[in-house]
Design a protein around this ligand. Sequence first.
Ligand code: ACO
Length: 434
Amino acid sequence: MDASNKSKTATLTVGNKNYDFPVKSGTVGPDVIDISSLYNQAGVFTYDPGFMATASCESKITYIDGDAGILRYRGYPIEQIAEGGDFLETCYLLLYGELPTKAQKEDFDRRVTMHTMVHEQMARFFQGFRRDAHPMAVMVASVGALAAFYHDSTDINDPHQRMVASMRMIAKVPTLAAMAYKYTIGQPFMYPKNSLDYASNFMHMCFAVPCEEYKVNPVLARALDRIFILHADHEQNASTSTVRGAGSSGANPFACIAAGIACLWGPAHGGANEAALQMLSEIGSVDNIPEFIKEVKDKNSRVKLMGFGHRVYKNYDPRAKLMQKTCHEVLKETGHQNDPVLKVAMELEKIALSDEYFISRKLYPNVDFYSGITLKALGFPTSMFTVLFAVARTVGWISQWSEMINEPNYKIARPRQLYTGQAERQYVQLDKRK
Ligand code: ACO
């Protein structure tokens, strides 16, 4: 195949015939070959399980350059947003495409805040779960259940109603997440408090109890807000592609987000920070690191350095740098700066970054390396780590869903396959089968 960037066409030879396909360029990033007419022209499909080299859609929301360690929301570097902005501003940016003015920001914050309560009937819905249910299972079910409350009022083809659904989602998912937590520990649900900002309100709903005054620590709330910013979107990752896939049939958006939560739950996606924290705790002391690294490098051991490596980032994950900084701030504030787990993490990172095994494979810390330690210090149990990820990613999912619905010619996601099962054979009646 000859992909010539100058002529902006790519030529594919199948048998002895040549077929030309348009090459499309984005604003930045690799060109793509538009092979949508391939089957009609040449009668063959392409084969790319896991989407290793396939762009599933066009998007204007998030850009990643994994080799350079770049992540941008709507063109703005993640470092600048995390330092200068807050999570609701990030939500506005992802949803609307531009940073809000002061008045727009105030209005947006107010609109999200006004939607944080969930229908009182939802509290009863929770009573059906076992107390030991995993909070992610509860999230899949309860966010999906919101479809039952907001179905008739959600016309997905109306941009205004799409935005109302988006606001509801961003506002209510933290309330449900806090309820999922409270339910498992047997404490009463705490209603949202409109006087608090987004992250502070979430901490209040998780950690306050009705019989005592709870004062949110602003340093910790700011840290949580930054964690939300870092996880807000990550272009066409598995859960986002799931949301787009579910939404491509025109399904209810709350049900689509529930599908995204289900996908995020898997250990290869949202569950890695829990594994990284467990690994650091098991290593226990800096003295045990050389032995652990030896095990990681041993081909037969199957031990991995959790929180290292990424399918897209072949450089330092920019979110990991920010997460490391946040981690230090949180541990200082909570008086855990001498936490042995942090010491192990820092030493492990130093050793791994200078070790030939990791350098040659371009294995760098990812966002999960420090997020587990940070979330634990904030007071969250490990079972809630992925739930917090879901709270933050909701805005990314809903922005990507809305962008797709807004496309005039969007199509149902319907991949093809390479069939390797039986060719045609004849049905045999039950009494004649051997
Ligand atoms: N520790 C040790 N070796 C590793 C690691 C690791 N964490 N990650 C990759 N490698 C090695 C592989 O064994 C392989 O070595 P080889 O070439 O000698 O066979 C080489 O590096 C390439 O690895 P792949 O698995 O092909 O890389 P891929 O891009 O498919 O995997 C993944 C990415 C799944 C994230 C992997 O790096 C990993 O399992 N990391 C640990 C889990 C983790 O931290 N996941 C969180 C990702 S971030 C997120 O989801 C928010």
